[in-house]
Design a protein around this ligand. Sequence first.
Ligand code: G3P
Ligand code: CA
Length: 320
Amino acid sequence: MYVRTVAAAAAVLGITLSALAGPASATAPSHRAAGPKAVPAAVRAPAPLAGPKAGPLTGLLGLPVVYAHRGASAYAPENTLASIDLAAHLGIDWVENDVQRTKDGVLVVVHDDTLKRTTDVRKVFPNRSPWRVKDFTAAEIARLDAGSWFRPEFAGARIPTLRQYMDRVERNQGRLLLEVKKPELYPGIERQILDLLDRTGWLDQRHVASRLVVQSFSADSVALVHKLRPDVVTAFLGAPPEEDLERYAAFSDRINPWFREISAEWVADVHALRGPHGRPMEVDTWIVDDPETTRRVVEMGVDGIITNAPDVVRRTVYGY
Ligand code: G3P
Ligand code: CA
């Protein structure tokens, strides 16, 4: 029933929203039909953006919000400025990232707790095994190439500091789903992240109301963020059983699960609870990159879809 309604809505929206989307549709790269690994031409030389494109249209009419996971990471190296610029060029305003900390206390945006997979660290620092993020200074990390592993044309992309990253999201007029990654490795990182967000203007009422969510796989970390800044929207990453959900509702506005772990019933159980801000709790699921799975989770009633291929998911849900 729900999926039929959504399908009908999407069919209509495919026309209506395409027309509304205007500039984003016009600038959308022509790679879309080629599949997630094709490289959009736009990424090679992203121009500064004049303002948000079609992104804010997602989330309308009860359809899920689309989040670009680690940026548009199917097409550009994850968690780099190129990946969030590309998300913006695709008209996706929400980006997701992962925040960790260097040896000298600088917040950086990188997913793994070692630098091996996504940089040339073994070549640049051959004697520093196991190449943990927390064992390198910010200056050392700034020397690493975080783009070549993905495609040669991204050579020279860097692991951004969170400060650099926030400035770019702001320039793109974007919104951020910020993950506190492995907080057990970085005591005090929650307060440090919030301090930086405050300094960069991201904790003012305008940002907190609609442009920022902080999430973590660590319930303790999410609870601490809520305690330090009760106004910030929070999310717990995972799929707790129905009987435990109420406990999370004390400090988490959302429960964000892997799509394979959920059902329509579980999503309804989450929606039946109210989070710390008095609103029904929401569900943003990950990582959904194909049309069939997209339709499946939409039918379950999720509120958001976190995806490496945000153009694919948006087209499936909204028709543009
Ligand atoms: O935002 C959800 C997702 O990022 C959780 O998994 O491993 O990609 O950080 P991971
Ligand atoms: Ca993440």
